[in-house]
Design a protein around this ligand. Structure first.
Ligand code: GLU
Length: 416
């Protein structure tokens, strides 16, 4: 169970948007519930011969706009409620950037640090076999999330292909390039975070170049966001990983941190030309833009008041609690919400899927240009809706997303 009630959070966000849209009560009920929740318990023979049983989930929230789409998370906190909340957020995320998917999420409650590579492979192959009754290239397409990566996606693709009897690249995205992965997919979430941050700065009449940026999380999202923020002229003054944070008001050498310190024993804290601090202290650093790119429930009623950034851009899913949202709004700090800011990953996943179905592949420039165009247009639409309804960016993004999903649901009609 995660410490924050993420499912409660997701449902409240829906309720707020529904008020603006004057939706029928029955429809709100449909949108607030997952269509399908699969729970599996499965054994894995460990390297020492012992058998461990793991619990895993696949939740499909809504398929009104197309096949369901969403990552697979391996983390000790994964549970049914968390997976359900994340699947709801995937529905809104796909809708706000207008790609033809519904939302899903999967996960296994496991600490991957305690597994060998062979054990991780066995766990993955068995888990995907247990949920293969609901996964498919036209029905539900997994992708990476916290604790999973391109190698895990390759094992998923191979397992489902072995069972089908032929190679099915479109059944999962975030694959390695040589197996039908897409150029630009690995960087896409971080790239989208920076594109939306640049757009948000424009709408605040500020240049992005020269902004001081603090990034929580130095994984696939945070490290790329850091590098691209720097490439676009911002100064990354604080970053953190699981070992803690580091701060240097003059700027940190992002590429060196990634190449030499990230992922090694002791992590980025081994870099010495910076002040060491905790992950909590990092969020309260003086800076212009704060990018929480780690995990949910980081900005809370306890610390939101101490945030000094002028803009928050959510690279993680659900990093800001409802209470923190209110506090930040009262302080006049705009929050570019997760369903918009981190949608770059699923947008590039969509591109990967389209390429796989057509067996026709794009260049990295094509992927990046199309990704940036979708992110910019989506930001503009959310910003316009915010002004129209005199609300915050999250509610505006939710209004757009919920309206699209509601319209699809009512136009299709309720079967039978
Ligand atoms: N796990 C990522 C997310 O939360 C990507 C999902 C996908 O590409 O399907 O957006």
């Amino acid at each position: 169970m995660s410490e924050v009630d993420v499912l409660g959070m997701a449902r409240k966000q829906l309720a707020v948007a529904a008020q603006y849209l004057d939706l029928d009560e029955g429809l709100v009920q449909v949108l607030g519930m997952p269509r399908r929740q699969v729970i599996v318990n499965f054994p894995v023979v460990m390297d020492n011969g012992e058998v461990n049983v793991y619990q895993g989930y696949r939740v499909q929230h809504n398929s009104g706009r197309g096949p369901t789409k969403g990552g697979i998370r391996y983390h000790p906190h994964v549970d049914l409620d968390e997976t359900t909340a994340l699947s709801m957020w995937m529905t809104w995320k796909c809708a706000v950037v207008n790609i033809p998917y519904g939302g899903a999420k999967g996960g296994v409650k496991v600490n991957t640090k305690q597994l060998s590579k062979r054990e991780l492979e066995k766990l993955t192959r068995r888990f995907i076999t247990e949920i293969n009754i609901v996964v498919g290239e036209r029905s539900d397409i997994p992708a990476p999330d916290i604790g999973t990566n391109a190698q895990v996606m390759a094992w998923i693709m191979d397992t489902l292909s072995m069972q089908a009897g032929y190679t099915v690249p479109g059944v999962v995205t975030g694959k390695p390039l040589e197996l039908g992965g897409s150029e630009g997919r690995v960087e896409a979430t971080g790239r989208g975070v920076v594109v939306t941050a640049i757009e948000a700065c424009k709408s605040m009449n500020k240049p992005f170049a020269g902004q001081k940026v603090v990034i929580q999380g130095f994984g696939n999202v945070g490290s790329v966001a850091a590098e691209l923020a720097e490439e676009n002229g911002a100064v990354v003054v604080g970053v953190s990983d699981a070992t803690g944070g580091i701060y240097n008001p003059k700027g940190l050498p992002v590429r060196e941190l990634y190449q030499r310190y990230s992922g090694v024993e002791g992590g980025i804290r081994n870099y010495k030309d910076a002040e060491p601090l905790s992950n909590e202290e990092l969020l309260e650093l003086p800076c212009d833009i704060l990018m929480p790119c780690a995990i949910q429930g980081q900005l809370t009623a306890e610390n939101a008041d101490k945030v000094k950034a002028h803009l928050v851009v959510e690279g993680a899913n659900g990093p800001t609690t409802l209470e923190a949202d209110q506090i930040l709004s009262d302080k006049g700090i705009p929050v570019v919400p997760d369903i918009l800011a981190n949608a770059g990953g699923v947008v590039a996943s969509y591109f990967e899927w389209v390429q796989d179905l057509q067996n026709f592949f794009w260049s990295e420039d094509q992927v990046n240009e199309r990704l940036a165009a979708i992110m910019r247009n989506s930001y503009a639409a959310v910003h316009e809706t915010q002004a129209k309804h005199k609300t915050d960016l999250r509610t505006a993004a939710m209004i757009i997303a919920v309206e699209r999903v509601a319209r699809a649901t009512t136009t299709r009609g309720i079967f039978p």
